[in-house]
Design a protein around this ligand. Sequence first.
Ligand code: 1BO
Length: 317
Amino acid sequence: MQSISFANGDEMPMVGLGTWKSPPGEVYKAVKTALEAGYRHVDCAPIYKNEHEVGNALRDSFDAGTASREDVWVTSKLWNDNHHPDNVRPALEQTLDDLQLDALDLYLIHWPVALTHGVDFPESPDDFVSPEEVPLTDTWAAMEALKEDGLVRHIGVSNFSVPTLQLILDEGEVRPEMNQVEMHPYLPQPDLVSFAKSQNIPITAYSPLGSGDRPDAMKADDEPTLMANPTINEIADAHGVSPAHVLLQWGLNRGTAVIPKSTTPAHIEDNLAAADLDLSTDELQTIDTLDQNYRYLAGAAWTMEGSPYTQADLWGE
Ligand code: 1BO
């Protein structure tokens, strides 16, 4: 398995199991199946409301000898309502407790958006905390303290744009060691990829298959279905593989980690095998032409009328 190397010698496997939208009751089996299939990277977050069950699966897999803790890369994220520096350590401690771990491999600020403590998703402008009240740089300083104290081995961000990355690079003591963002052929974000590369910040692509399993309430009526794209399907047919293989290999080929979510054993195994697919330069270049700058997750909840955050703040566009 290809991996992303960190300055201290740590290696993060480039294919991980995503757990967003994996329901409690199914995620336990998904994590166990993934580790049995050879995955050594699991991506989690408290807002996915399933970390306790992921933790049970990790514990049982370690106890059964399927894998050892040292060999499995575990990422989790700080939710938006815990950006105040006083809340950062308790939030991590809750995640460690739920995952039944002593430390995380990677801890990310989930979004560059702060909410009132106790609010999962905003319902009114009162649910937001402005960047003036809790600057991202203060949250980052609290993340740095977690790393300093050995509770997390690496710290990074998620859903950050070039300007928000630059803010942390300018003001932080520790450079972000990851940016996890939505990324797939409809949203290849070449400028972000090239900036991150120039700053030696690796990227993890979430929703690499187009997030077709999102709740209907989160979907636009006219959104394009990435897995049904004719070009992707033609290339998949030519190789006798699934469209998911093609999409994942395209991401890996760009040097980005990918974290496809599945709770179906056959898909979990199939997604891992994408690492072995060889796509030609022509095929990769053809896929590059599918760019529509289309976000399945535009973060509309964060930019409602009256919010202190705008789409331009979020995406730097
Ligand atoms: C709301 C969660 C988005 C992906 O991590």
